[in-house]
Design a protein around this ligand. Structure first.
Ligand code: OAD
Length: 252
């Protein structure tokens, strides 16, 4: 009978041998920081609104003040949250494997706060805002005014959160970089994602198709389960805390 830690020992052995580790994260990596996953974020007062309206260009055009109040609520949640063990150990791994790339679908900024550098942010970030007219990008604090719909300091156009909305293209450079890493890595760790939203969900699938071993960490089965060489059905924070203990001998 394999030990209850056999799954994590298997993953630790794979990481020790990896020459290029790709970590692909979704909202589940921030659950133990207390942040709802994307679909849970419609809870409470927001349940009356369709996320397609709150996270879409059409919704913003129809009611920019409502969309801003929703994102200000999400930003306040993200700011009040703390990175959990998963964020911290992913940042720790970055410095301890020969080559490491983090690709995230999350906009909450917790990977950067845990020390991850150069994360590829496929869906943008709540750390930034962008002008709808001139396209200039500013830190989120630029929109901290009480204005219902903050204005661009450069051209006075309307500002929006610098995140990808439903129906919008992903930042081309980020997607191109993520798919290139998927082709090059030898181990892909998919953490806390339902892998249902495209084109982001191509990343772990392309890694697998290019010959990388795919490992998923998610308490629930996902669309990746049939492709995964190893599925670790544990919460990410718990799994990474145990994984670090197993890897502590990895120099770096
Ligand atoms: P989802 O809400 O679709 O999936 C979150 C996944 O995390 C689920 O499979 C959960 O089972 C899992 N999960 C929950 N708690 C967990 C934990 N403690 N540890 C590990 N996993 C856990 O979120 P995403 O897959 O990130 O796009 O969704 C992708 C995209 O859908 C989002 O980026 C957003 C949305 O449309 C945009 O905003 C463009």
């Amino acid at each position: 009978m394999p030990s209850p830690e056999a799954d994590l020992e298997d993953l630790a052995a794979r990481i020790r041998k990896s020459r290029h580790l790709l970590v692909f994260t979704g909202a589940g990596v921030s659950r133990e920081s207390g942040l709802p996953t994307f679909r849970e974020a419609q809870s409470g007062w927001w349940a009356r609104y369709d996320p397609m309206k709150l996270a879409s260009a059409e919704g913003f055009l129809a009611d920019p003040a409502l969309v801003w109040s929703w994102y200000r609520w999400r930003k306040a949640l993200a700011r009040a949250a703390e990175p959990n063990a998963a964020h911290h150990v992913i940042a720790w791994l970055e410095k301890r494997v020969p080559r490491f790339t983090l690709v995230t679908q999350n906009v909450d900024g917790l990977h950067a706060r845990a020390g991850s550098r150069a994360a590829i942010e496929l869906h943008g970030s709540l750390e930034r805002v962008r002008c709808c007219d001139c396209g200039a990008v500013f830190p989120w604090e630029t929109a901290a005014s009480e204005e219902a719909v903050p204005r661009c300091p450069s051209c006075s156009g309307r500002l929006r959160p610098d995140v990808v909305w439903f129906g919008e293209a992903l930042p081309e450079a980020a997607l191109t970089a993520a798919l290139a890493v998927a082709e090059a890595c030898d181990l892909c760790l998919a953490v806390g994602t339902s892998a249902l939203v495209y084109p982001a969900a191509w990343v772990p699938q392309m890694a697998c198709a290019a010959g990388a071993a795919l490992v998923e960490i998610n308490p629930e089965p996902t669309a990746l389960r049939s492709l995964a060489a190893l599925s670790i059905a544990r919460p990410a924070g718990e799994a990474f805390a145990k994984l670090k203990a197993l890897l502590d001998d990895v120099s770096g």
